[in-house]
Write a protein that binds this ligand. Structure first.
Ligand code: ADP
Length: 415
């Protein structure tokens, strides 16, 4: 089956075409045929399109909304320019898999989309006001352009974490607020944490119940997950993706009283403070320079910028703190997995996060660590390290495509 995987943000649309099926999943022989990204939907959009094995094509063109953007993408997919093997018309796209950010307590696994599901995703909008509406736009656009005969599947960022116990997901605020408004930890990046947990099992040939690991997704958004016997036991993001680790522009954990204090001292509204914590904090807020870790590492090296250096140190220390907490919560772990743009590509950050944890049985091999970049997958710990450390590039799109096939064919997933 050719599955179109869609990830719609408020002004962006990412896609991949992945050929997969039950037998290809079994053989790990799924194939990515094309990918692309449209940014700045609603104004002069930037389009990047790439068929497998060909150079990327970049264009600037005005695309009004998600429907027009998807129309543009699907026209390219079936065009001679793209020349995607096995795809000559829209009938060759057999299913669509959507990344949906918030599924709340309603969606604990991936589902085939029908009216009830779109209504359920709408009901979750108040928990993800920026993300879920964009995801719905993608769903409606795909239905309109491909026809209602093409099955569509929703894969939720939150669903992997639905196995967390109450002791992990409840906040210590009056219990009736959870009852009344479902205020609790949901966690995000679930598809990424789930994918790297699955890959860890593939690499090590471990069983699900032997998979007690800590997964660290360190990208522009960052989260940690305690995976106990294969299932999410605790995670650092909360009701929204704001809680937990230091991220590109999000500050992560903070004393909630800061909000009241700020509103008085700076005469800020709630929505101003929300924007400050989500868009002007984290690495950007601390450094005053950038939210981009690569640039910060350059600044630190080249100009010995004190605040760049401080931002990196605070970032690393927060990750360390969560590793310690999760090792305690699970009475140890077999391995720590790093993924995401920073986790996959930065030996320096991996070293800063994992140095000085020998007492906990974590010992990094500097040589192996320095080699693991640009999409490489493997072990980076010293032989004698009690806790293993792996770098595993994430592949959320592959998992979305596979879940799509399983939902369409009504086959339960094993992981
Ligand atoms: P997103 O969460 O938006 O998907 P990514 O997972 O692509 O983001 O991660 C983006 C982050 O990864 C940025 O901070 C970027 O600087 C960082 N990054 C990418 N490559 C490197 C590298 N070689 N060294 C350090 N950081 C890197």
């Amino acid at each position: 089956m050719n599955v179109l995987v869609l990830n719609c943000g408020s002004s962006s649309l990412k896609f991949q075409i992945i050929e997969t099926d039950l037998d290809l999943i079994e053989k790990n022989a799924d194939r990515q045929k094309a990918k692309g990204l449209i940014e700045r939907i609603g104004s002069q959009s930037l389009v990047t399109l790439q068929a497998d094995g060909k150079p990327a094509v970049k264009q600037a063109i005005a695309l009004r909304d998600h429907r027009v953007a998807l129309d543009y993408v699907t026209r390219w997919i079936v065009s001679h320019d793209a020349e995607i093997p096995g795809i000559t018309s829209l009938a060759d796209i057999h299913a669509v898999g959507h990344r949906v950010v918030h599924g709340a307590e309603k969606f604990t696994k991936s589902v085939t989309i029908n009216e009830e599901v779109t209504k359920g995703i709408e009901d979750c909008i108040e928990l993800a006001p920026l993300h879920n509406p964009a995801n719905l736009k993608g769903i409606y656009a795909a239905r309109e352009l491909l026809g209602s005969g093409v099955p569509q599947v929703a894969v939720f960022d939150t669903s992997f974490h639905s196995t967390m116990p109450e002791t992990s997901y409840l906040y210590a605020i009056p219990y009736q607020l959870y009852r009344r408004h479902k205020i609790r930890r949901y966690g995000f990046h679930g598809t990424s944490h789930r994918y790297v947990s699955y890959r860890y099992r593939e690499i090590t040939q471990k069983q699900l119940d032997e998979t007690t690991i800590i997964t660290l997704h360190l990208g522009n958004g960052c989260s940690a997950c305690a995976v106990k016997a294969g299932h999410s036991f605790d995670t650092s993001m909360g009701l929204t993706p704001l809680e937990g680790l230091v991220m590109g522009t999000r500050g992560g954990d903070i004393d909630p009283s800061v909000i009241e204090f700020l509103s008085h001292k700076e005469a800020m509204s709630m929505s101003d403070i929300d924007a400050l914590l989500n868009k002007q904090s984290g690495l950007l807020g601390l450094s005053g320079l950038t939210n981009d870790m690569r640039d910060l590492l350059d600044e630190e090296r080249e100009h010995s910028d004190r605040r760049a250096s401080l931002a990196i140190s605070i970032f690393a220390q927060r990750v360390k703190k969560y590793i310690g907490a999760y090792l305690a919560e699970m009475n140890g772990a077999e391995a720590i997995i790093l993924t995401g743009g920073i986790g996959e590509n930065s030996p320096t950050i991996r070293q800063r996060v994992l140095a000085g944890l020998e007492w906990l049985g974590i010992e990094l091999d500097e040589n192996l660590n320095s080699q693991m970049i640009a999409g490489k997958e493997g072990e980076i710990n010293k032989k004698e390290s009690r806790v293993k450390v792996y770098v595993i590039p994430t592949n959320e799109e592959l998992l979305i495509a596979r879940d799509t096939v399983r939902c369409v064919k009504d086959v339960p997933r094993r992981w």
